[in-house]
Design a protein around this ligand. Sequence first.
Ligand code: GAL
Length: 440
Amino acid sequence: MNKKLFYLLSALMIVSLALASCAPAATEAPAATEAPATEAPAATEAPAAADQVEVFSWWTGGGEAAGLEAMIKVFNATDPNIEFINAAVAGGAGTNARAVLATRLQAGDPPDSWQGHAGQELIGTYVAAGQIEPLNDLYASEGWLDVMPETLIPLISQDGNIYSVPVNIHRANVLWYNPGLLEANGVAVPSTMDEWFAAMDTLQAAGVQPLALGEQWTKMHLFETVLLGTLGPDAYNGLWDGSTDWGSAEVKTALENYAKVLSYANSDSASLTWQDASQLVVNGEAAFNVMGDWAAGYFIELGKTANTDYGWAATPGANGIFQFLSDSFVLAVGAPHRDAALEWLKVAGSKEGQEAFNPVKGSICARTDCDKSLFGEYLQSAMDDWSSNTVVGSLTHGVVANDSWKTEIDTALGLFLASGDVAAFQASLVAACASSGPCK
Ligand code: GAL
């Protein structure tokens, strides 16, 4: 529950002080698309360029774009004189977008505002590099300290300054399944790793694809859920504050479990996006997929029905544990349109903005006062879990490790995916904690 999150966060804040930041290299130029202004500025107003706001994310499809559009609609109605420039760059989990952002920041060409994950991605990367402005005044004028979860504030703060506006809470550790395929094969929804392996053996023997998987970041996503499911929440948290030894026998067991889980996945995973992989489940072409609850937004967009086309459970071994992340928007140091960016942030933090965005995006509000009846069945269950479960942070989505550590883990993972060598993988993870994590 959230008290546990508080302790985790306190530990993370301490760790953050010791961590350095490092941004990935650029791979692609930004693909900005301009939304038309709803109203032309009057002749007496400031020049047109002042009446824009450029907002950067990676929400370009699969429920994510629709969620963003819903919030842009609220913004356009609230600030009709400001043109919203949607600078989203395609690629799940920001794989391409974050590289483009890093290049722009390095070149002194920041977007006015961008999506940054609460936690180490924000504090250990953008704050550490002096790239974003504190927003304490905005929190005071908008009364946000009364409506944002107390437990989230430490994850977006440093030295008394608050650095971002959280728009949501996502759950990473969701096991999506096809109810019809499970039923037809006499398979119950697994709640432990062993039950999951047995279920996948049965499905495989029946000629059903047991697990749908996508490109590399989705494999890191799967990896963090297997670490959690094998180690349990305390030892999992210990990986990020140095109290769990990456070289231990329990981590070795987790890595072996991970290797085994991978053996049930589709062979074309490297060429599939997260949407492709989760679609295999709702189309009845695979039984399971581990993905964050943005998949719920995608399933809604596909017109699929909860509990018929898709069911959900906590990932195996993690019942009662909510592995979370939070999308949040920041204000760039040197934002070309600072005032307009502040207007955007006000909408991002507002009840109206969050109630428009989250039911479509497949997330629950960061704010605590949203109307539950606006949300579908899955998200209502996520709200209950968020307030009652043990909460831990996500690796892939920025909570527990800063960019440099995460990049090293990703490199180790990539080598492991090619070699299948568990011992070498474990040695690289030990080395990554020593060079960029708290094991220095
Ligand atoms: C996460 C992000 C989510 C969703 C997901 C897939 O990093 O927090 O909002 O966009 O990537 O793209």
